[in-house]
Ligand binder design. Structure first.
Ligand code: SF4
Length: 336
């Protein structure tokens, strides 16, 4: 397996597959309702890559070094029969890690069949335990209890490890950081706190809304003493911390204050088959057209080599007042 490297010698290891641009939430930092309202033109079914097309691309990408696939969205569980895609991807030779990121609201009814289809582990977004705060952030009237019941169903189904992602926005939910850590302390669930990012162009991001990774760690350490842990592999997104009392781990994702572009091994496939080489990319590379116009596996592989070998993305390292307003793809379109 000839691993592909970009202009910074970063291998392609990690493919994030967004299976839909739709979501049943309207999180203010990702898909604000005033933009993604009733008149918003979402992709039509015929525009979406089919599960067969996604699986064919995945097989080719794995042959070029991808080892980990994360299914994302929008909200992936709103796409019909998602377990069928998992069933197609799970047996692919060379795929070491198959996971999924969800808002958890539909997980209770789907966890078992996702596990049976071959899903190994799962990440659930939960930004707060306080229902008013959570609902003000998801803007969809979904309760914390609904998501917690989804997490319980994932645990009962045997999905492990379970990670919980919480985007931290100053003045919105940062007062609940320790409460969230305490709730999952000793449960085996790993909470990952995410610095609020200037993703897309619709979330009104400003630096003063960011609570830094260091401040998050200090707040938790003051109540639940923690110590740093080595990253488990190069390119791992989260800084790892463990509780000194053996109560497990937390993670902190610090794209703003401690960028990690240096060993970023991630590519993102949009629902309509555009490949983005950075979360903050403005333009993707169309793989649907060749897929649907008879291109061979070798031709598609050659296309991927061309795209990745010239990759020079490192947005988080060059972020500045000037770059924040630049046009870029919406996170809800290509997943986090
Ligand atoms: S900003 Fe782009 S290059 Fe940097 S870590 Fe994120 S996705 Fe990778």
């Amino acid at each position: 397996m000839t691993a592909l490297h970009d202009t910074f010698q970063r291998p392609l290891r990690d493919l994030r597959v967004s299976v839909t641009d739709r979501c049943n939430f309207r999180c203010t930092y990702c898909m604000p309702r005033e933009v993604f309202g009733p008149d918003f033109q979402f992709l039509q079914r015929s525009e979406l890559l089919s599960y067969e097309e996604i699986t064919r691309l995945a097989r080719i990408f794995i042959q070029l070094g991808v080892e980990k696939i994360r299914i994302t969205g929008g909200e992936p569980l709103v796409r019909a029969n998602l377990h069928e895609l998992i069933r197609m991807l799970a047996p692919l030779p060379g795929l070491r890690d198959l996971t999924l990121t969800t808002n958890g609201s539909l997980l209770r009814s789907q966890a078992q069949r996702l596990r049976e289809a071959g899903l190994q582990r799962i990440t659930v977004s939960l930004d707060a335990l306080d229902d008013d705060v959570f609902q003000s952030m998801n803007d969809a009237g979904v309760t914390v209890d609904t998501v917690l019941k989804g997490i319980d169903a994932a645990r009962e189904a045997g999905l492990a490890p379970i990670k919980v992602n919480a985007v931290v926005k100053r003045g919105v939910n940062d007062h609940g950081i320790v409460e969230l850590a305490r709730h999952f302390h000793g449960t085996g669930v790993i909470v990952r706190f995410i610095e609020f990012m200037d993703v897309g162009t619709t979330n009104g991001w400003r630096l003063e809304h960011v609570v830094s990774a260091q401040e998050i760690a200090e707040r938790i350490n003051a109540e639940l003493p923690i110590e740093p842990v080595e990253r488990s592999y190069p390119g791992e997104v989260a800084q790892r911390w463990r509780y000194r009392d053996g109560g497990g781990e937390i993670g902190i994702i610090s794209s703003i204050t401690q960028p990690f572009c240096g060993d970023c091994t991630r590519a993102r496939l949009s629902p309509e088959g555009q490949l983005f080489t950075c979360l903050f990319g403005a333009r993707g590379h169309d793989f649907r057209e060749p897929l649907r116009n008879g291109a061979s596996d070798d031709e598609i592989a050659a296309m991927l080599r061309r795209v990745w070998s010239v990759r020079d993305d490192r947005y988080s390292e060059i972020r500045s007042e000037e770059t924040v307003g630049l046009p870029r793809v919406e996170m809800s379109h290509i997943g986090g």
